[in-house]
Design a protein around this ligand. Structure first.
Ligand SMILES: [Zn+2]
Length: 575
């Protein structure tokens, strides 16, 4: 919390100690946005006016509210109940915005807002949204890579502007986020999203459109109804009405482009001129895999929406069931992988990232398994292992209270809720079986998920296997990773001339897991599964038809910190 102190002191100089003592940037959540956007792609301009509703989420009355927009936008007016309110404008350095800064308005409210009470403010601001990757270049990211990552801009060729965490094109209120300080941006963004899950947004877009093509706009998965063709043709501003949208964990994203569209029952793919083949390829892949995803994750709640990005190197972006990705670069195998992820989001909704994202990544591994078998799926998951290795390095020391808070249920770390969660889902599936896991997922209702133990209980209800230790090591807490070592293996010949191998597996690591133990012999192998708790040993007997040669603990399905001690050569058995 070093930065918080620094920021407060800075403000005390700027705006007087009495005001600053009570300044809590994250005191309010924004429960409703009702905004009219004027977008002028030729001038890169954005003008916004409208109303926002702020709710005091703290236990004390709040007299000050902080509103933040991109540093490339300027506050014009802020009113409460038709009366202009006093506010101080100041730049606020933060990587929540692509420019690396926010235009902050520190608003003195007409009267204190009681805990849990709301206040409506009328706001106006304007400016430009240009391609700007300052927050990345200033930490040393090469120019090209930076602008392929922070590709947001308003432009006559193509307009795409992502919301909180990319471009603050609607007001937010957050503490400082710093990309050079580990997980800081994810944490700030995670807190913001958690406060915004019940928010709604309603937009009206005035688009000064040029030329005869009607630009189509859509917002974070909700296509905005582009009305008035005639007006657009007449070269006058066009009204675009966007239906009310619940933000959930989505990032409101405005895209205005001359798209063509392929509509299929489960997906619509919007593509740019010349990308017909790639778009068809993507839609085909999605359609092919849709029944498989439905079988695992339930019927689609909504249509998946894919939209093309013009920069072939642009980093794909997802928000809910919306995926923005350069279509021409999708190679033959990739559309299926991307579609598996996206369709899972369209089917399964959770406000917990380890469930929402973990399952979408798990679905990709399932897809690879279906296409190419288990070994290929484990290889695919292995691509995530370097991320886990970094976590492990950072956590090899005894864990503090802070680090326990990094557990999967409440993590904001992408490595955790993507890579680690994917493995957790895969291990759960290996332990309880496909049918039981599918049943547990089918019983899941996001609105009932009030406690971290809700989903684990749904899974436990489907199996006889005791999983409490597993959830405790992997989900409720972050106990790091296991480290399996085959300590010994003895074999003896049985009366029926088969071989009984007794294998002792030692788990030197800090998390328990159920690990597959494989006995290899001249003509094949036999695998059985064994629970090995953290800092514990377990023994398993495996019968094989001929003399065992090698024992291997872990086929790669359990992430572990050291995989160099997992094999054991068996000496020729004594007769
Ligand atoms: Zn996702």
């Amino acid at each position: 919390m070093k930065w918080a102190v620094k920021t407060l002191c800075f403000l005390c100089v700027l705006c007087g100690a009495s005001l600053c003592l009570s300044l809590d940037r994250e005191a309010f959540s924004f429960t409703n946005y009702d905004l009219t956007l004027q977008v002028d792609p030729d001038q890169h301009r954005l003008g916004v006016r409208g109303k926002i509703t702020l709710r005091n989420g703290t236990a004390t009355p709040q007299k000050i509210a902080v509103l933040q927009i991109s540093s490339s936008l300027d506050w014009k007016s802020i009113k409460a109940g038709d009366k202009a309110v006093q506010f101080v404008r100041q730049p606020f350095t933060s990587d929540m915005d692509h420019t690396g800064g926010l235009s902050e308005a520190i608003v003195t409210l007409p009267q204190p807002v009681a805990p849990h009470a709301t206040i409506e403010l009328e706001i106006a601001y304007e400016g430009v949204v240009l391609l700007d990757a300052t927050r990345l270049t200033r930490i040393g990211t090469p120019e090209d890579a930076a602008s392929s990552t922070d590709w947001d801009q308003i432009d006559s060729q193509f307009t795409a502007v992502r919301g909180a965490g990319y471009v603050a094109w609607y007001p937010i209120a957050t503490e400082v986020a710093n990309l050079s300080e580990g997980n800081s941006l994810f944490e700030v963004l995670g807190r913001w999203k958690a406060r915004e899950t019940d928010s709604t947004m309603h937009l009206q877009i005035d688009l000064s459109s040029q030329g005869s093509e009607m630009p189509k706009s859509f917002l974070s998965g909700v296509p905005c109804v582009a009305g008035l063709w005639e007006q657009a043709r007449a070269n006058s501003p066009m009204d675009v009405h966007c239906p009310d949208q619940r933000l959930r964990s989505d990032t409101p994203t405005l895209v205005i482009a001359d798209y063509q569209v392929i509509e299929r029952p489960g997906i619509e793919v919007r593509f740019l001129r010349g990308h017909d083949a790639a778009a068809t390829n993507f839609a085909d892949a999605a359609e092919k895999i849709a029944p498989f995803i439905t079988d695992w994750f339930g019927r689609q709640r909504e249509k998946a929406k894919t939209a093309d990005l013009p920069d072939a190197n642009a980093a794909p972006f997802e928000s809910g069931s919306l995926l923005l990705t350069p279509l021409p670069t999708t190679e033959s195998k990739l559309p299926g992988l991307a579609a598996a992820h996206q369709l899972t989001h369209a089917s399964f909704l959770s406000f917990r990232p380890w469930i929402e994202e973990g399952l979408a990544h798990f679905a990709q591994a399932l897809y690879v398994e279906q296409e190419k078998g288990r070994a290929a799926a484990l290889d695919y998951m292995g691509l995530h292992r370097s991320a886990l290795g970094q976590i492990e390095q950072a956590t090899s020391a005894p864990r503090s209270e802070d680090e326990v808070n990094r557990s999967l249920v409440n993590t904001t770390s992408e490595e955790m809720y993507r890579s680690k969660a994917m493995y957790v889902w895969w291990m759960l599936r290996d332990m309880v079986g496909d049918a039981a896991l599918k049943k547990a997922l089918a019983a899941y209702r996001p609105e009932q998920d009030k406690e971290p133990s809700y989903l684990p209980r749904l899974i436990a209800a489907q199996t006889q296997h005791d999983l409490e230790w597993f959830f405790d090591d992997w989900v409720y807490r972050d106990r790091g990773l296991p480290d399996f070592k085959v300590e010994s293996a003895f074999s003896r010949q049985t009366m029926t001339k088969t071989f009984m191998v007794t294998v002792t597996v030692d788990n030197l690591g800090t998390a328990g897991a159920q690990v597959p133990v494989t006995v290899k012999f001249a003509t094949g192998e036999v695998t059985k599964r064994l629970d090995v708790l953290a800092k514990n040993k377990a023994v398993i007997r495996i019968e094989v038809p001929s003399a065992p040669q090698e024992i291997v603990a872990n086929d790669g399905s359990v992430p572990e910190s050291d995989i160099k001690n997992n094999t054991f050569k068996v000496e020729a058995p004594a007769n």
